[in-house]
Design a protein around this ligand. Structure first.
Ligand code: NAP
Length: 340
């Protein structure tokens, strides 16, 4: 079985990718910023049912430095480039996200090319597709790119993902030397959390289930399950039809936060007792954001209706994501089990 490099093994999506690669029989190499995190990653994988022993090896590499990437890529047949900064707040300087996302992607691609890796699957994002556009009814798809001149709903994070993905395609065209690239562009990712250090997207469900969100902002989200995102990475890694393609990963279409709350209440009974049902007016969310900086991230999204489709992944790669309602419940139950 081919050997696969997964960057950022400590992350939510990367850990689920590693689980599926191990289950499929691959040897996996993964990078972490600090090798002290090996035990955390192994504990997350154990929570997901895997104890890979020497079938999984660790390499220290940071997206902001050249060190370690060549060693990590050596001997890999494929690479999943998943690592990228995804903070819950807005940094003072957008370059805190843009520089590691863009330069890190180029470091990984260069190391992969030099090591003779066949294909890199990069975890891009819907952030590189559906921002900086005027409101529209037409669903976003892989032919759309976030408009960096568009203002409005652009954030340092959406910029970082767009600039990094553009840089990756430019690299392949200019100096890829036969290296293949495919990207997976997920919307908000939910699903079973494997450890206490969970991704920013989990906050969508955590805030509802633990009652820390007093009411629902008028926000809509595209949702997809982390297990289906990992599955799409594996399909995009080997399927000849994925070469040179982007794949938007979404289950169904965008849904309002109120729909997520209703699904949790309907399916989880008492465990969802703290889930709010009250819709918050937009002005109240603006006032709350003065005290809660993490809310600033969603202010440009308030009241906006969006649509997106994952039809291409289904058509080209046979991808079949589970319903988002199931992912929301599985997220909540994993948080409750972790007492998080
Ligand atoms: P996560 O759990 O926060 O994982 C982010 C990973 O990136 C962590 O392993 C983190 O390492 C690593 N990383 C951050 N800065 C780094 C640096 N300078 N050098 C090396 N590694 C660095 O979030 P996630 O949800 O799994 O996100 C993984 C990828 O999916 C990201 O590219 C993100 O943009 C993309 N994505 C996520 C979603 C979503 O809703 N979750 C949606 C679309 C796209 P540490 O553990 O050391 O911090």
């Amino acid at each position: 079985m081919p050997t696969v490099l997964v960057t950022g093994g400590s992350g939510f999506i990367a850990a689920h990718c590693i689980l599926q690669l191990l289950a499929a029989g691959h040897e996996v190499r993964t990078t972490v910023r600090n090798l002290a995190r090996e035990a955390d990653v192994r504990a997350m994988l154990k929570a997901g049912g895997a104890e890979p022993g020497p079938r999984l090896s660790f390499f220290a590499a940071d997206l902001t430095s050249d060190k370690g990437w060549a060693e990590a890529a050596q001997g890999a047949d494929y690479a999943l480039h998943v690592a990228s900064p995804f903070p819950s707040g807005v940094p003072k300087d957008e370059n805190e996200l843009i520089v590691p996302a863009r330069d890190g992607a180029l470091r990984v691609l260069r190391a992969a090319r030099d090591a003779g890796v066949k294909r890199v699957v990069m975890t891009s994002s819907f952030a590189a597709i559906g921002y900086g556009h005027p409101a529209r009814k037409k669903p976003f798809d892989e032919t759309d790119w976030t408009n960096l001149e568009g203002g409005g709903d652009l954030t340092p994070y959406t910029k970082s993902k767009t600039i990094a993905e553009r840089a990756a395609w430019d690299f392949i065209a200019r100096e890829g030397n036969g290296l293949e690239l495919a990207t997976v562009n997920p919307v908000g990712v939910l699903g079973p959390v494997l450890g206490p250090d969970f991704s920013t997207s989990i906050q969508i469900v955590k805030g509802l289930i633990d009652g820390s969100v007093p009411g629902m902002p008028k926000l809509s989200f595209g949702l997809v399950d982390v297990r289906d995102v990992a599955d799409l990475h594996l399909r995009a890694m080997t399927d000849p039809a994925a070469k040179g393609e982007r794949f938007l990963a979404i289950s169904g279409d965008y849904v309002w936060m109120r729909d997520i709350a209703r699904a949790l209440k309907a399916r989880m009974g008492k465990a969802a007792a703290k889930v709010p049902t009250r819709q918050l007016p937009n002005w109240l969310v603006f006032i709350a954001a003065m005290r809660m900086p993490e809310l600033k991230l969603v202010l440009p999204e308030l009241g906006k209706e969006k649509h997106a489709t994952g039809e291409k992944a289904t058509r080209l790669l046979g991808w079949n994501p589970r319903p988002w309602e199931q992912s929301a419940v599985d997220t909540a139950e994993s948080l409750i089990a972790l007492d998080a």
